[in-house]
Structures are given as C-alpha cells and as structure tokens.
Write a protein that binds this ligand. Sequence first.
Ligand code: ZN
Length: 120
Amino acid sequence: MKLLRSNIFWIVVFVIVVVLCVFLIFFGKNSDGETVSIYVEGELFKEIPLSDDGEYAVSTSYGENIVEIKDKKVRVKYADCKNQICVETGWISGEGLPIICSPHKLTVEINGKSENDLDI
Ligand SMILES: [Zn+2]
C-alpha cells in the first residue's frame, strides 16, 4: 500500500513536470520577455523590450526609419525610403512576418525572450 502511494506521487510529479514543459514551450514565447529586434544589413542594430512603448529612430547611411512600439505591437511609423513598403506594412504583433525596408536594408521583428538580456 505504501509503495503504491509513493508510485502515484511520482506519477503525479512527472505529469506536472511534463505539463509545465509543454506549457513553457507553447506559451513561453508569448511572455513578457518578447523583444523587438531591429536589424540593419542583417546585423542587430537595436533590441527593445516589446513592453517599452515609444518611438525609436534608426538612422543609417541608407536613410531614416522611425520604429514605434505601442500596446505590444510594432510598426515603422515613418521612413524616408522610396517605396514606403515598410510604412504600409503597418502594425505587427507576436512572432511572425517581420517588417522589411529593403531600400534601407532594415528588418524589424518580434522575438521571444532574448539570450542577451543580461548584457543590457
Ligand atoms: Zn521603407
């Protein structure tokens, strides 16, 4: 009887651990650890927490883009590029398609929790 109870205890612990792991894998990316990553020519230019509302200027030799973060969404508010595709893309939220400004070689995307958080 005692042995059986101990087995049930470990089965319950095992199930809880598995459920927690599954939960973290599927929902962990949507946690508060999300960041907005801005790349220029494929190099990380700036990384901003998705919870930091504000406007961030990205000035490079190609031109200027103003990236706006608001309500856990991000967009390119202004750009002096010639095709304005990045501005027309509008708001993005969550992981998915990035905003790309090809004339400025700029990419804006939302990522899960960053490994570099400790360096900031
Ligand atoms: Zn653009």
